[in-house]
Ligand binder design. Structure first.
Ligand SMILES: *Cc1c(COP(=O)(O)O)cnc(C)c1O
Length: 476
């Protein structure tokens, strides 16, 4: 595995990790200050305004900090010389400039579709720092991954049979692994719990005969050298995640003992570190998770196994903000409602499952300064034509007025980069920001706002007659 080797830097890492843990709060304050400054500068520069009523902002400083914390946290717990690959789960923020930034910070890519692989390649993430996991890989995808030398984790016995055929026809340098489901149970969000008894992912380890099958599958395939588990995302408590990884480690030990050679040489622990959506504090930290893993699964870091991680949300969520102009305000049933330009198209999960995905909302005035004034309980609504299109319901905020801005915080992962085309609402522009070195803010465009021409083109605009010219049999 060609990746970052942990050498003498381990001790620095330990210090950095501890600091990172204790700085959770202070770091949050700094992040909030950068965000406020960026919103003000975005309004001042016209990135946001009456003609551009919604924008996504990414905090480059914060993304770099999180990447450094991730590296330091695991450098501090692994044995010197352990190969470690941190692969960002591209699905969390599928934007090429983000992947390039992370590449520069020493982070690779975990991809789960041809589109995500194309994004990682466009960002220049090298094959040896790319991992392909997906429950429905086609033969063509597998062939391409093996030709490129990308690591692949097979999801099930049928996929393993496809790999058998491909490896027989053309040997590959791709590291190959098997995804297992330790079936340790669900977290608080069923849709994101990957380690339930009936999860669709991986080989269900506790099912009748499954463990024996896995040991035999490895014994028969000297090239099967990795085990992979991703035991959950937001909503799965850390001790449960650690329990899942302990199961995978125990399985690796059993396989290597029973086949009499250290064939499993790498454990991919997946991602899933939960994010605190309730305040600016980073909690839990990577450092805390890495220490918990060291206590719960000491053998994982003893030097016998290389390590792959696949964090997504925890790297990006807190560094993204979607800011929307308040177009109108009104009152309904005695409750004030602010109608903004951010709703289901940029916050799909929150709108459809508000109890599982509450977002913090920050209020800014018409020039982008934090809004002052007494709090009022109000709804913050989106622009889409259905009643449930609310970013927040009955939220206490300074009373929003037309021309103000409402910002949905912690939306750097799985939100505004995951456009949902309801009402043909345009994808907003996305800009990264960082200090300009002269006390101000510098912006760089990550993605242009979608144009109306693009919406028409994507909606069959060039095929307007496609249906009217179709004729059934016997019809003129
Ligand atoms: C979604 C996913 C991840 C990333 O999960 P986060 O909760 O965003 O950290 C990692 N690995 C796999 C296989 C995934 O499906």
């Amino acid at each position: 595995m060609a990746d970052t080797r942990n050498d003498g830097a381990a001790r620095d890492g330990a210090d950095g990790a501890t600091r990172g843990d204790e700085r959770g709060d202070e770091q949050g304050d700094e992040r909030a200050a950068r965000r406020d400054e960026a919103v003000r500068a975005a309004v001042e520069r016209g990135l946001l305004g009456p003609a551009t009523p919604i924008v996504g902002l990414l905090d480059v400083t914060g993304i770099r900090e999180s990447a450094a914390e991730l590296r330091a946290a695991f450098d501090a717990v692994v044995a010197p010389g352990t190969p470690v690959l941190h692969a960002f789960a591209v699905k969390a923020t599928p934007l090429v400039p983000v992947l390039r930034l992370l590449r520069e910070e020493g982070i690779g890519a975990e991809v789960a579709s041809p589109g995500e692989l194309a994004l990682a390649r466009a960002a220049g993430v090298p094959p040896e720092r790319t991992v392909l996991d997906s429950p429905a890989k086609t033969p063509a995808e597998l062939r391409q991954a093996l030709a490129l030398g990308i690591a692949v984790n097979a999801d099930n016995p049928q996929e393993l049979a496809r790999l058998d055929a491909l490896m027989a026809s053309a040997p590959s340098r791709s590291p190959l692994g098997l995804r297992v489901n330790p079936q340790v149970g669900a977290g608080s969000i069923e849709a994101l719990s990957t380690a339930t008894a009936t999860s669709k992912f991986g080989v269900a380890l506790r099912d009748e005969g499954a463990r024996e099958w896995v040991v035999r599958a490895c014994a028969d395939r000297p090239w099967l050298t990795r085990l992979h588990a991703h035991t959950g995302s937001q909503g799965v408590p850390l001790p449960l995640m650690a329990r899942g990884i302990a199961e995978v480690h125990a399985l690796a030990e059993e396989i290597n003992r029973r086949i009499g050679r250290p064939q499993i040489d790498t454990i991919d622990i997946g991602g899933g570190l939960p994010v605190n959506f309730a305040s600016d504090e980073t909690s839990p930290t990577y450092a805390r998770y890495a220490r918990l893993l060291r206590e719960a699964v000491p053998g994982l870091f003893a030097g016998r196994y290389g390590l792959v991680t696949e964090f997504g949300r925890s790297l990006l969520a807190k560094h993204g903000t979607v800011v929307a102009r308040v177009e109108y305000t009104k009152s309904a049933g005695g409750r004030p409602v602010a109608v903004t330009h951010a709703g289901v198209q940029v916050a799909t999960r929150t709108v459809y499952a508000p109890a599982a995905w509450p977002l913090r909302i920050a209020a800014y005035d018409a020039v982008g300064r934090p809004k002052q004034g007494p709090q009022a309980v109000q709804d913050v609504a989106g622009p889409a034509c259905f009643a449930g299109d609310l970013l927040a319901e009955a939220r206490a905020l300074p009373l929003l007025e037309p021309g103000d801005y409402a910002a949905a915080l912690d939306t750097g992962a799985y939100y505004f980069a995951h456009h949902y085309a309801y009402n043909s609402l345009a994808r907003p522009g996305i800009h990264g920001f960082a200090p300009d070195g002269a006390g101000g803010v510098a912006f760089a465009t990550v993605r242009e706002p979608q144009t109306l021409e693009e919406i028409v083109a994507e909606s069959g605009g060039a095929r307007a007659n496609a249906l009217t010219t179709l004729r059934g049999p016997g019809r003129p």
